[in-house]
Structures are given as structure tokens and as C-alpha cells.
Write a protein that binds this ligand. Structure first.
Ligand code: 6R9
Length: 667
């Protein structure tokens, strides 16, 4: 049989198959391979989580696993103390000091890939921690980081953790405005940023954006640290640093050899803040604890990603998102493994860049997003086929639902049918994975994330909170707390309760059984308890696995002169999963011109960043509204997707629908 015929036959077989057992070779070596763990955890809840805490070194033992006396303000491992940077660095020095902690792969402009051994990473984290301290950063001062995938980002995060200063990382692709909003919300007086970085080989000025953002901060910013990424290569944009702004290399050189004793933090002290999109314009400051979060990141890295110290583990996310926090930095380093960081994009200089990296570094796990997999599929199998990917033992996906076709492509062409896939459902708020298979235990069903992890009480319920029958769609809930959970929304307990708990809880009750966490995702469950996550049920879009609030985008659009009103919805997109569709009503006398369209796109990019760039801007004569004046987003979504429209009789202005459909057709 020719190769081609063989592969067609294989594809046909895979297409039929909807269940896959974990490969025996994998099971034999898996960190978790006993299926009894589900029952054991259920019977032994919440004490089952002592095993997760035991993965860490504690300076003082905790008094109890869970204090649930004041729901939903749960306290995990209360009374215990520890330091996250000591757990990620110091304790590995004896055995793994000379082993790589971070393998940093830069954009291929200067061949300067860098390896940081645990010893080296420990040294630089100490030096930068000393510099931060000299600058006046104290315990509980929030330090903002606005940096791309340069090694100084995890170094700065760990340096903050060392001195007990929470970090707040703002994704480098976000705009100046987004930076200012987040620094204002966190009252953050310190910023670590960089001069620029490379994108597809070209230098990009990042400092300019950071500087503009600083202009929008409404309080004094005492110090700014600027990492030199471009200048070293002669690609400087020539910015001078005024008083109060420091060059990172100078600071570290001034503190050469300095050591900083890791600060003992209570388990319930804040490790970091991460701002994420919500249904209103204001981003939510998700607050994570030190003990619970780190235990969760470490335990899930071990149980689900099967990480072992001798692995070279590769997660292709950006550290500016929660996936990078938990599964590039904290989880893998807590376990003492080698974690990879890739600065560039998967298609530069060629579309085989990722596979080249996997081959060169002999990566053992790959954790990526369905959007990336769909792009790989589009590019064709010749790119992965040109490389030896046999080092890969496990594959993972995160961020959005994966369609079975993409799952099977990943399984066949990247994993060679010998690496299990974990489809991991979780959120910024959950700190780490919640619903996913255990790769050494669970049968995989493409398209379904799997059962909730042992000890995680996730369910699918109807509007009244009753569990739905197998096969039915409903809402995902989590009925018991878990160690990695957010503690609250920064300085906004009320919004925390309203956003995540009010829907399904008796908020007057002190009984934890009356409290249910609502992640705002729709889901289906099958007869085996496997959960398929369908997507957000609130006004949050998921574009290429990134969360964007429709309100944030709409407010950037209505800021544009000539725009009267805007409605943003998600339309299906075969690579991005979802794409931004903007329906815009212009002011009287203003036509929907290309020039206006350009200004709208520019305003969205300025306010949020290029990831929020509308796929289509549709000028509509009116927006479809209910009689109570609410925009019918669901209908606009159906129009964007060219779907059959349901009942439009509840509209105040049903005639407008045909007009809008015609406009979309022109797009
Ligand atoms: C980790 C992360 C969270 C939202 C979440 C859901 C979607 C994440 C998923 C998934 C289906 C998966 N999501 N993983 N949907 N299957 N395996 O992505 O955090 O940026 O906060 O997004 O992403 O809608 O609610 P975050």
C-alpha cells in the first residue's frame, strides 16, 4: 500500500472511532495510573488534598486543610506558611542545580537561545529580588509586569514571590489603555517592562506603548524597570530612560551575588493578581493565594501533564495568560522539571517552527490551544512530518472546545497514536485544571474534556440547579471548593459573590453546601459522566482561546466619532474558534464608510489590542432590540453564522433583521 493510501485508510478508521484507551506504554510509567483515585478522593474529601500540599515544602505546617466557615471565602491550608519562589527554586538546588530550569527559545533573529539551570535561575531571581527591595517594593505591594515571552518575565515573577510582593502580569499584546486600567485598578506603583521584542523577525517598539500606558495611570508610579531585549542586538528604538526608570541589566549587575531570604507567606496570602475579561467593561482582578494555588498548580501538573523532573516540558501559551502562569512557570518549576519558553510564533520563519523546537529539545509534553491545532491542520501534515516528534509522550489542549476532527489530527499527526491527549477545562479563576481525563487512567473521547478531576465536584445542571439527564445540555457548576480557586476579586468581594456564586447559591446561608460556583460555561454530560464544554453563556467571547468582553469592545467602538451604537458578538471561525463581529449604528448624517470602518478597527486595537480586531464591521440601519430595549445578541450571532433564525417576534423592530442579513452578505 502506498503511504497515501495507508494514511487515508487510517484517517477513515479514526473518523469512526470515538473512544481511545490510554496507550499501554504510557500507563506503565504514568504518575497516576490507579483508577481507584476517584473513589478514594470522594470518600476522603477535603483531606484528599493533603497529597497536593505535600508536593510543596512548608515553613510551617497548616492547621487544617479547609476552613469553610465563611463561604464563599474559603481558606485552604490555613495556618501554614511557605514561599513560592523557594518551592520553585531553592529546594531543587541540591539535586537539580545543574539541570535546566528554563529552556528559552528566542525568535530566530540572533541565535541566542538561553538555558537557565536551577542554579542560574536562583541567582538571577535573588539579584532581581534584591533590586526590587532596594527600590522600596515591600510585602503586598503589587508589581505590574508588561512583558512578552522573555526570560526576565518569569524571573521577575519569582523575584516578587520571593519578597512577598504580588505580581500582576498584563499580556504584552494588550494596549496602553489596558495597561493603565489594570495598574489603576491594582494601585500598582511599580512596572517591569521591556524596550521591545521581535515578531516574525521584525523589532517591535514595546516601550512606547508602556510609556503611553503610564501616562494614563492616575497615581504616582515610583519605579519602572526596562528589560533590554532589542538594544543588545542593535535594534534599539533609542528611548532614553528618565529618572525613576531603570535598565534591568544595570540593576542586576548592581546586585551581583546578592541573596534574599525568601519571605514566609501565609498559605492564604496573595501570590498574584490576574485581570481577566468579564461581562462589564471593568476587568476582574482575580486574586490567587500562595498555598492553595501552588498546591493546585503542582498537583495538576503532576497528575494531568504527567510531569517528572527529567522531562522537557513545552507549553506554547504566553505567560501573560493564566495558562502560562500555572503551566509554564509555577506548576512545572514547583516539580523541578525543565520548562520551555518560546518567544516567537509557530509560523516563523517557517510553518514547522514548533516541530523544529520539539525535535531539537526532545520535548516530552506539548500543551497548546485548539486554535493552534486547527492552524496546523490547515497548513498541512508535511510540516510535522519533516521532524522527529517521537520524544512527545503526552499532548494537551486548553482554552476552548476542541472539535473531534482537530483532536484526531493532533492524535495521529503529532502524537503518532501513542501519546494520550488531555483536553483540560479550567479558567483564570480556577487557578488550574478542573475537568479533564487522567492520562494514565481515563478513556479519551474526542471533543469531550472528560470527567471532573478526582475531588472536583463539577456538575451539569439546568436553570433551577437540578442535574440534567445524560445527553442534555445545561450549565456547568462546581459544587465544592478546591485549593486552586480564586480567593476573591481584588478589592471587590461583592462582585466576587455576584459574578460567581449568586446564580446557584443561597447567599444568605453559612452552610457551604448551599454555595455553588458558576463558571458561566454551558456544557453537556454523557452517561459516563464525561463533560463536553460548549462555551461561555455570558457576554464573553473566546477568540483563539483568549477571553474578550463584548462590553470592552463595544465601548471602544462607541468612542469613535460618528458611531451611535454598537453590538459585538462572536461568529464561528474555523481557526480562531470565534471571531469578533461588530454591528454598528452610525449617527445621523454619518455614512458607513471604509474610513469609519478603519477608525473603528483602530480604536478597538488601541483600547484592547490586535487580538480583539473585528473580523467584520457591519453597518446596520438599526440594532435588533427586544421590547425592553435589550440588544438581541443571540440573533446577531445567528446572523453572523448564517444560521436559520428562530422566533423574531419578541423584537421591537423585526423588519431590521432582513436588512442586517443583506449587509452581512455583502461583507
Ligand atoms: C485556562 C483558560 C476560560 C474559559 C472557560 C471556557 C474556555 C477553557 C476549555 C474551554 C472548552 C476546554 N475553556 N478550556 N472550553 N474546553 N478545554 O483558558 O482560562 O482565559 O480564563 O478562559 O475558556 O469558556 O470559561 P481563561
Amino acid at each position: 500500500m502506498t503511504d497515501e493510501a495507508e494514511s487515508t485508510e487510517l484517517e477513515a478508521r479514526l473518523e469512526e472511532q470515538d473512544e481511545f484507551d490510554p496507550p499501554a506504554e504510557f500507563v506503565d510509567q504514568a504518575n497516576v495510573s490507579d483508577s481507584g483515585i476517584y473513589e478514594e478522593f470522594e470518600q476522603n474529601w477535603p483531606e484528599c488534598w493533603t497529597g497536593a500540599a505535600d508536593l510543596l515544602d512548608w515553613s510551617s505546617e497548616y492547621d487544617q486543610v479547609l476552613d469553610d466557615s465563611n463561604p464563599p471565602f474559603y481558606e485552604w491550608f490555613e495556618g501554614g506558611s511557605l514561599n513560592a519562589s523557594a518551592n520553585c527554586l531553592d529546594r531543587h538546588l541540591d539535586e537539580r542545580g545543574d539541570e535546566a530550569a528554563i529552556e528559552w527559545v528566542g525568535e530566530p533573529v540572533d541565535e541566542d537561545d538561553r538555558t537557565f539551570t536551577y542554579e542560574e535561575l536562583h541567582r538571577e531571581v535573588n539579584e532581581f529580588a534584591a533590586a526590587l527591595r532596594d527600590m522600596g517594593v515591600g510585602e503586598d505591594d503589587v508589581v505590574t509586569m508588561y512583558m512578552p515571552m522573555v526570560p526576565e518575565l518569569p524571573i521577575a515573577m519569582l523575584a516578587c514571590a520571593r519578597i512577598g510582593a504580588p505580581h500582576s502580569v498584563v499580556f504584552a499584546g494588550f494596549s496602553a489603555d489596558a495597561l493603565a486600567t489594570r495598574m489603576n485598578a491594582a494601585d500598582s506603583e511599580y512596572l517591569v517592562t521591556c524596550d521591545g521584542y521581535y515578531r516574525r523577525g521584525d523589532p517591535l517598539d514595546h516601550y512606547e506603548k508602556a510609556d503611553e500606558g503610564l501616562g494614563g495611570v492616575d497615581h504616582d508610579v515610583s519605579d519602572v524597570v526596562v528589560v533590554d531585549r532589542l538594544g543588545k542586538n542593535g535594534d534599539s528604538f533609542g528611548h532614553d530612560l528618565p529618572e525613576g526608570r531603570h535598565d534591568y541589566d544595570d540593576l542586576v549587575a548592581d546586585h551581583e551575588g546578592a541573596t534574599v531570604e525568601p519571605v514566609e507567606r501565609d498559605a492564604t496570602d496573595m501570590l498574584f493578581l490576574m485581570y481577566t475579561s468579564g461581562t462589564t467593561g471593568e476587568p476582574k482582578g482575580v486574586k490567587h493565594s500562595t498555598g492553595g494555588y501552588l498546591s493546585w498548580a503542582a498537583w495538576t501538573s503532576q497528575a494531568v501533564l504527567d510531569i517528572k523532573p527529567e522531562d522537557t516540558y513545552f507549553c506554547s501559551a504566553d505567560i501573560g495568560w493564566i495558562t502560562g502562569h500555572s503551566y509554564i512557570v509555577y506548576g512545572p518549576l514547583a516539580l523541578g522539571t525543565t520548562t520551555m519558553m518560546y518567544e516567537g510564533t509557530p509560523d516563523h520563519p517557517e510553518k514547522d517552527r514548533l516541530w523544529e523546537i520539539v525535535e531539537e529539545y526532545e520535548a516530552t509534553q506539548l500543551y497548546t490551544a485548539p486554535t493552534a491545532i486547527r492552524a496546523f491542520m490547515k497548513w498541512g501534515t508535511e510540516y510535522p512530518e519533516a521532524h522527529d516528534l517521537s520524544s512527545l509522550r503526552l499532548l494537551g489542549t486548553v482554552g476552548e472546545p476542541i472539535n473531534p476532527r482537530a483532536w484526531k489530527w493532533y492524535y495521529q499527526h503529532i502524537g503518532d497514536e501513542s501519546a494520550p491527549i488531555v483536553d483540560t477545562w479550567w479558567q483564570t479563576e480556577t487557578g488550574g485544571m478542573m475537568v479533564t481525563g487522567l492520562p494514565g487512567v481515563s478513556t479519551m473521547k474526542p471533543g469531550s474534556a472528560g470527567r471532573p478531576l478526582p475531588g472536583v465536584d463539577a456538575r451539569v445542571v439546568d436553570v433551577s440547579g437540578e442535574e440534567v439527564e445524560a445527553g442534555r445540555a445545561g450549565y456547568l457548576t462546581v459544587d465544592k471548593p478546591w485549593p486552586g480557586m480564586l480567593q476573591t476579586l481584588y478589592k471587590n468581594d461583592e462582585r466576587f459573590v455576584n459574578e460567581y456564586w449568586a446564580e446557584y447559591s443561597d447567599t444568605d446561608s453559612d452552610d457551604p453546601d448551599d454555595w455553588v460556583y458558576f463558571p458561566e460555561d454551558g456544557a453537556k454530560i454523557d452517561g459516563d459522566g464525561y463533560i463536553t464544554v460548549l462555551g461561555r453563556v455570558d457576554d464573553v467571547l473566546n477568540v483563539s482561546g483568549h477571553r474578550l468582553g463584548t462590553m470592552e469592545i463595544e465601548s471602544a467602538i462607541v468612542d469613535v466619532a460618528g458611531v451611535a451604537e454598537a453590538a459585538v458578538v462572536g461568529g464561528d471561525h474555523d481557526v480562531k474558534g470565534e471571531a469578533v463581529y461588530a454591528y454598528v449604528l452610525t449617527e445621523d448624517g454619518q455614512d458607513g464608510t471604509d474610513e469609519l470602518r478603519d477608525r473603528i478597527v483602530e480604536s478597538v486595537e488601541d483600547a484592547i489590542g490586535p487580538i480583539a480586531r473585528p473580523e467584520a464591521v457591519v453597518f446596520s440601519p438599526e440594532l435588533p432590540k427586544t421590547r425592553s430595549g435589550k440588544i438581541m445578541r443571540r440573533l446577531l450571532e445567528d446572523i453572523a453564522n448564517g444560521e436559520e433564525l428562530g422566533d423574531t417576534s419578541t423584537l421591537r423592530n423585526p423588519d431590521v433583521v432582513e436588512d442586517i442579513q443583506a449587509k452581512v452578505g455583502e461583507e
